[in-house]
Design a protein around this ligand. Structure first.
Ligand SMILES: Nc1ncnc2c1ncn2[C@@H]1O[C@H](COP(=O)(O)OP(=O)(O)O)[C@@H](O)[C@H]1O
Ligand SMILES: [Mg+2]
Length: 261
């Protein structure tokens, strides 16, 4: 349902993506891995139709989003929930207002009803409304903020697909595990497929069906874990080198997802 077809993108003179292509099918979970600056966040912006490629096509549900008017893009975007790198909550709004933002701004729903939905959503992402709903985001921990951002994305759209940009960056190991668990729960309970962008491979190992490695604006690898382990592509080897141990230990890692592969 999501596809990049021969996409090239530059910010001004800076070429960032060179003729890249990949597809993510319905209810598939893909991880986009790659070093900092390799173009991962740019790929997500292209998928949301926030940027347009100079060449190639970006397809959502077989429709070419980069040739659409903004009005039509907005319709497609409703199927996509996005969690930005820093959580990106509104600082001056309470946690409850952040989560209910879309319903408050874009629907006629009464506050009672919104507040019930917000409470349910906070519960779903593992937070207690009575404890956090009236607080400002600044008083939450990093992991709690990330959960609130996921809750907001879920209540803003009715997403068939979730995009996460570095969802665990800056979190301690137990918070990281919590957030990964939530991502996996969404995949299984709500059948929401996901694209998770990360430079932390340990995360990727726990949640993905499929790995796409971006290296200097090109797709260096696209395949499953076994193929990733066996890849002899120099770019892949270079990227994985620091993680060799994690990779060999992967069978022993706790799998929190639906897959026991
Ligand atoms: N808004 C922008 N304007 C100009 N250059 C940008 C912009 N955003 C990102 N870049 C550059 O594009 C390259 C890829 O960035 P990005 O997609 O953010 O990579 P990643 O998410 O993999 O770290 C980097 O060299 C970055 O400096
Ligand atoms: Mg990035």
């Amino acid at each position: 349902m999501i596809e990049l077809k021969n996409v090239s993108f530059a910010y001004g003179d800076e070429q960032v993506l060179n003729n890249i292509s990949f597809k993510v099918a319905d209810s598939e979970s893909a991880i986009i891995l790659g070093p900092s600056g390799s173009g991962k966040s740019t790929i997500l912006r292209l998928l949301l139709g926030l940027l347009d490629p100079q060449e190639g096509e970006v397809l959502i549900d077989n429709q070419i989003i980069n040739k659409m008017k903004e009005k039509h893009r907005r319709v497609l975007r409703k199927q996509i929930g996005m969690v930005f790198q820093d959580g990106a909550l509104f600082d001056s709004m309470t946690v409850g207002e952040n989560v209910g933002y879309y319903l408050i701004e874009h629907t006629d729903m009464k506050w009672d009803e919104i507040s019930m939905k917000v409470e349910q959503m906070l519960g779903f992402v593992g937070l207690r409304a009575s404890e956090v709903a009236d607080k400002l985001p600044e008083s939450l921990s990093g992991g709690q903020k990330r959960r609130v951002a996921i809750g907001r994305a879920l209540l803003s759209t009715d997403p068939k697909i979730m995009l996460y940009d570095e969802p665990t960056t800056g979190l301690d190991p137990s918070m990281t595990e919590n957030v990964l668990e939530l991502i996996t729960k969404l995949q299984s309970e709500k059948s929401i497929s996901s694209i998770v962008v990360t430079h932390q491979i340990a995360d990727a190992l726990v949640i993905a069906d499929r790995f796409i490695v971006v290296w200097e604006g090109e797709i260096a690898f696209d395949g499953d874990m076994d193929a990733l382990r066996e890849s002899r592509d120099l770019r892949v080897l270079q990227f994985l080198a620091p993680f060799r141990l994690a990779l060999s230990e992967v069978g022993k890692l706790k799998f929190i997802g639906r897959k026991e592969t």
